[in-house]
Ligand binder design. Structure first.
Ligand code: HEM
Length: 418
């Protein structure tokens, strides 16, 4: 089996992007994101080469699309830009393909998405609201006030994992396994969590084993409102192969977990760094939904989605050949000065606050976007009822990834309301 041990240059984080020849600029280096220095690299691409070809990169040659408009163009042209075989910048591992509907084109994509979509239908979201609120209150009421703790671990991970267990109707006491599988799915081997691809595969096969037991129970019961039951009974999913079941599980686990988790952490950080915005929010809590959207833009929890050109095509005056990788950098499009006024600023009452592209566009637009917003809204409603301020008391730890754009830790101290 081949191993995928990346060899990115860590030293690149100290390099001025304007000193690098434009043709060899490589924004896929995960160290840039871990060190939080990626933004000037993307700014240079947006200004000088908004559709840019990087011929030599750790994960092979790729095109970068960095402006808001062109990203929307690619995302809505699924007839030209395919989501197969994968939506990550790295190619699939030949020995361990993981088919999932985010990495499928119509008609298969549409058929499988429609099986699980009801889990986030408006009526279901209304049913979730009291459960989400109850759990949010439970977590917040058990936090230490006036002493330092890790917000990522105690709040963001805890709340999103509880939600995920509900979506799957997964045994609640074993819910930390869901977090582990999510983290393992997106980890880069050799950078902490797992050492090799083989280790990843072994852990994920364990995930499949546990979920197969749940499938076997639920396939013989009437269809219910959880994702496993929906997949086991769905016309276009009930005959999936085990790897396709695993692929779709990973999609739903990562989709529902990392993204919302990192938005929860980002909201705390952004409001700490922008005390005037926090004051604005406290004075006017009706701004919570708008603040949530602004946080999702400001953070952009998934940095990119990749497409593969089906045919030779033109984009931004460049010719892209059939078979070439095209990476839509949402993390850059959401900071595009052509689309947003003062894009680096965090402005909770920004007009058109929902126009960000952090949820993507077109047929793959995030299925869980309303659920994520609901979780965030409830979290902030309950925070404002309890706390005067959430003070960030140390540097945030950042995820080493060019895909998941988020935090490993965020030390905070809570100040109770007088
Ligand atoms: C702030 C939170 C979230 C962000 C930023 C986010 C972002 C994204 C993005 C960028 C895409 C791909 C869009 C495209 O290719 O055009 C996507 C797809 C998806 N997301 Fe989310 N997501 C979030 C929360 C969730 C949640 C809570 C769920 C759980 C239900 C979820 C489930 C999915 C699924 C299933 C897809 C695949 C849709 C398809 O291929 O048709 N996401 N998400």
């Amino acid at each position: 089996m081949t191993e995928f041990i990346p060899n990115y240059p860590p030293g690149q984080v100290d390099v001025d992007p304007y000193s690098v020849p434009l043709e060899s600029l490589d924004v896929s280096n995960p160290y840039l994101f871990a060190a939080n220095v990626h933004e000037p690299w993307f700014r240079r691409l947006r200004d000088e080469a908004p559709v840019h070809f990087c011929p030599e990169a750790e994960t092979g040659p790729y095109w970068s699309v960095t402006r808001y408009q062109e990203i929307r163009e690619v995302d809505t042209s699924h007839d030209i830009f395919s989501s197969e075989p994968i939506i990550l910048i790295r190619d699939p591992i030949a020995e361990f393909p993981l088919p999932m509907f985010i990495a499928m084109d119509p008609p298969r994509h549409d058929e499988q998405r429609s099986v699980v979509q009801p889990v986030v239908a408006p009526a279901n979201l209304r049913n979730f609201e009291p459960i989400i609120r109850e759990r949010t209150i439970d977590v917040l009421d058990h936090l230490p006030v006036g002493q330092s703790f890790d917000w990522v671990d105690c709040v963001s991970i805890e709340l999103t994992t509880r939600m995920l267990a509900t979506l799957f109707d997964f045994p609640f006491e074993e819910r930390s396994k869901l977090t582990h599988w999510s983290d393992v799915s997106t980890a880069i081997p050799g950078m902490g969590l797992i050492e090799t691809e083989e280790e990843r595969q072994e852990i994920l096969l364990g995930c499949l084993e546990e979920f197969t037991e749940l499938w076997n129970q639920r396939v013989n019961e009437p269809v219910s409102n959880d994702l496993v039951s929906m997949l086991a009974h769905g016309e276009s999913t009930k005959n999936m192969s085990p790897v396709e079941y695993l692929g779709n599980l990973i999609l739903l686990i990562v989709g529902g977990n990392d993204t919302t988790r990192n938005t929860m952490s980002a909201s705390v950080l952004a409001l700490h760094q922008n005390p005037d915005q926090f004051e604005k929010l406290k004075a006017n809590p009706e701004l919570i939904p708008s603040m949530v959207s602004e946080t999702i833009r400001w953070q952009t929890p998934l940095a990119h989605m990749r497409r593969t050109a089906r045919v030779d095509t033109e984009l931004g005056g460049k010719t892209i050949r059939a078979g070439e990788k095209v990476v839509m950098w949402y993390v850059s499009g959401n900071r595009d000065e052509r689309a947003f006024d003062k894009p680096d600023d965090f402005i909770i009452d920004r007009p058109d606050v929902r126009k960000h592209i952090a949820f993507g566009f077109g047929i793959h637009r995030c299925m869980g976007n309303r659920l994520a917003e609901l979780q965030l809204r409830i979290l902030w409603e309950e925070i404002l009822r309890r706390f005067e301020r959430i003070e960030v008391v140390g540097e945030p730890g950042r995820v080493m990834s060019n895909f998941v754009h988020g935090y490993t830790s965020l030390p905070v101290v809570l100040h109770a309301r007088a």
